[in-house]
Design a protein around this ligand. Structure first.
Ligand code: CA
Length: 217
């Protein structure tokens, strides 16, 4: 598996490269936005690890440009920026997943492998799961064509589950993606799943014992 790592912090890039190579990945490194974009266009990579804050061009612009050129290479964004807006921005621009620094290398590997298992497919601007439709750009959700009001965390959780569907997602991965470093308590996920079930119907989100949650097919 060939990976493109676009990261301007030297120490971070060196550590990631070393870790990924020891896991058997072939890693090519670009240290700024324009060279990362160029490498992603022509490098034939299986996935791209893309920092957000980069010299020359932001990671957001890199991924948006790739998608506008109909390049669907899996992109995992990594960033020191925090907060749900940054995360939503990255995903709206066409990234597949988003990790906030500092993250554990084990989590990075798990996310990366999940991405690599999927075939690169065009990202439709709206997500759909049975009767539920979600627009990441406008933050709107519909159930059977009726708009449903969701709090920001509820929305982020639903979006995470819908992007992962039909796969199940673990509580830890949900906490990491929806709450970042803010909350370490996986039980908060249960609470928010119950909120979503109340609004969308109990059967829409399934509990997968010992794993986590998934959208009903
Ligand atoms: Ca950076």
């Amino acid at each position: 598996m060939r990976l493109l790592l676009v990261e301007d912090e030297r120490a971070m890039a060196a550590a990631l490269r070393k870790g990924l190579e020891s896991e058997g990945f072939v890693v090519e490194h670009a240290a700024d936005g324009p060279s990362g974009l160029q490498a992603a266009r022509f490098g034939g990579f299986d996935a791209v690890l893309l920092d957000v804050m980069l010299p020359g061009m932001s990671g957001y612009t890199v991924v948006r440009t790739l998608r506008s050129e109909r390049n669907w290479v899996p992109v995992l964004m990594i960033s020191a920026k925090d907060g749900e807006y940054d995360q939503a921005d990255g995903l709206d621009y066409g990234a597949d997943d988003y990790l906030v620094k500092p993250f554990s290398f084990v989590v990075l590997l798990a996310r990366l492998r999940a991405l690599l298992r999927r075939d690169p497919v065009p990202r439709p601007s709206r997500l759909r799961c049975g009767p539920i439709e979600l627009d990441p750009a406008t933050h709107q959700v519909w159930l059977d064509d009726t708009e449903i009001a969701l709090a920001p965390r509820e929305f982020a959780l639903l979006e995470h589950l819908m992007r992962a569907a039909p796969a199940a997602v673990g509580k830890e991965a949900i906490v990491d993606s929806v709450w970042g470093q803010e909350s370490a308590d996986p039980n908060v996920v249960e609470v928010y799943v119950s909120y979503l079930r109340r609004k969308l119907g109990k059967a829409r989100i399934e509990t997968v014992r010992g794993v986590g949650y998934r959208m009903a097919p």
